[in-house]
Design a protein around this ligand. Structure first.
Ligand code: UD1
Length: 417
């Protein structure tokens, strides 16, 4: 059993390189299935979700080469149409192969996803959209089956700006006959990144990054290279870590415009933020100020940074209310955090956080990727020794988190029990 041991408190100081975005690269890899030829991706993070997605693609018949931070995916031979249960349950994002397989093969069979324990995560919006594009959808024995000779363009209004549904429908629309319009689309930068890669492969997409995306179907895509955009959630994790530990950290290789609201919130908490063209410096002295914060789809405050903000606000002067509007039960780590001395009470969508002077180290378990990273931040802030267990969740989405934190002066080691 591997775990992280952290000796706190730490003060994070120095500069840290930010990796490519997990939530982008997984979709880019799925999209490569649509290209009859080689797609090369650069700035690919070395995280276990990428390894899992490589396995998904390999089982589907693609050849994947991953060297350093570059990956080549060749989906030029015969592809299979079935994505097996054992892989999909390990990573919800594997549902993103549904649109590409359907577009390329005219059929797809994908196990219904599992994934993080952060609330019920249905895929009804993905399926309803595909149906509107002409797919026949059935669900049996834990699998979704979709069939369509050739999808056709249509108007789709998403009930909620789901990131996954927007991505899946966008990919399916790229080679559909005619024009597809997706309204109330997710505006996340990762959706824009996916559209940029698809356009490099010959797709015709307009409006990615806005609420209305228009896709003009093309007959076939061609090989291309693409560089994955920086991970704004990893960057946000270090930025919040800098503020929570009253440190001074420069994030290298980021897109500050993708972090607008998180950085504004850190300023509200008392941090100084300096933006460069591809860097951000966050410094903080003194105790954070309490504040209210609501999580919303992009450009709102990201749900994936909510757990880290809870750690910051746990040590703030005063009481804060944090409202989660994207996932209904993303509070599984609150009991763990409270074991470190925080005073958080959850009621429905709201968490009331009474700031305490100090957290104390404790053994805790990571319930998912982001809550795991938040518990690591908790360990840095807390006095004494913290052990964070179930770190395989953290490794799904963070490239060498302990190494990067050690580079900023933290005392964190990987241990084996
Ligand atoms: C993606 C991110 C995840 C992030 C989330 C929200 C990836 C791999 N993961 O997840 O890190 O936390 O966006 O920013 O990119 N919903 C439905 N029906 C659907 C689809 C979604 O009701 O068909 C609901 C979900 O239950 C949830 C909300 O919509 O309450 C948001 O989900 P969605 O935006 O789809 O998140 P994911 O794409 O799964």
């Amino acid at each position: 059993m591997r775990y992280y041991a952290i000796e706190g408190p730490a003060r994070l100081v120095g500069s840290v390189p930010i990796s490519g975005a997990k939530n982008s690269v997984l979709k880019l890899m799925a999209a490569a299935l649509m290209v009859p030829g080689e797609v090369t991706l650069h700035n690919v993070p070395r995280i276990t979700d990428v390894v899992l997605m490589s396995e998904v693609l390999t089982r589907l018949g693609a050849r994947v080469r991953f060297e350093g931070h570059s990956m080549t995916i060749a989906a030029d031979g015969d592809l299979h149409d079935e994505t097996p249960y054992d892989l999909v349950t390990k990573m919800r994002a594997s549902i993103e192969v549904l649109g590409p397989l359907l577009a390329r093969l005219g059929r797809a069979r994908v196990a219904l996803p599992g994934g993080d324990a952060i609330g019920s995560r249905p895929i009804d919006l993905h399926l309803r959209g595909l149906e509107r594009m002409g797919a026949k959808i059935g669900a049996e024995h834990g699998y979704v089956e979709a069939i369509a000779d050739r999808l056709h363009g249509t108007d789709i209004v998403l009930e909620f700006p789901s990131v996954g549904a927007t991505d899946n429908l966008l990919m399916a629309a790229v080679t559909a006959r005619g024009t597809t319009r997706i309204d109330n689309a997710a505006r996340e930068p990762e959706v824009q990144d996916l559209a940029a890669m698809l356009c490099a492969c010959g797709a015709r997409i307009e409006g990615a990054g806005t609420t209305t995306i228009t896709v003009e179907g093309v007959d076939e895509l061609h090989p291309a290279e693409h560089t994955v955009l920086p991970d704004r959630i990893e960057a946000g994790t270090f930025a919040i870590g800098a503020a929570a530990t009253r440190g001074d950290v420069e994030l290298i290789g980021v897109r500050p415009e993708h972090l607008r609201l998180p950085l504004e919130k850190l300023e509200q908490a008392g941090a100084d933020v300096t933006e460069g063209t591809s860097s951000v410096r966050v410094t903080m002295s003194g105790r954070p100020r309490a504040m209210d914060l609501a999580v919303l789809p992009y450009p709102g405050f990201p749900t994936d940074l909510q757990p880290m903000m809870m750690v910051l606000l746990s040590c703030a002067q005063g009481a804060s209310i944090l409202t989660e509007n994207v996932f209904e039960s993303r509070w599984l780590f609150v009991d763990e955090l409270n074991r470190m001395g925080s005073q958080v009470r959850v009621e429905g969508h709201h968490a009331v956080i009474r700031g305490v002077e100090r957290l104390t180290g404790a053994p805790v378990r990571a319930p998912d990727i982001r809550a795991g990273a938040a518990l690591v931040l908790g360990g840095l802030v807390a006095h004494g020794r913290t052990e964070v267990h179930a770190i395989e969740h953290i490794e799904r989405g963070y490239e060498d988190l302990p190494g990067k934190l050690r580079g900023l002066g933290a005392r964190i080691t990987l241990e084996r029990a």
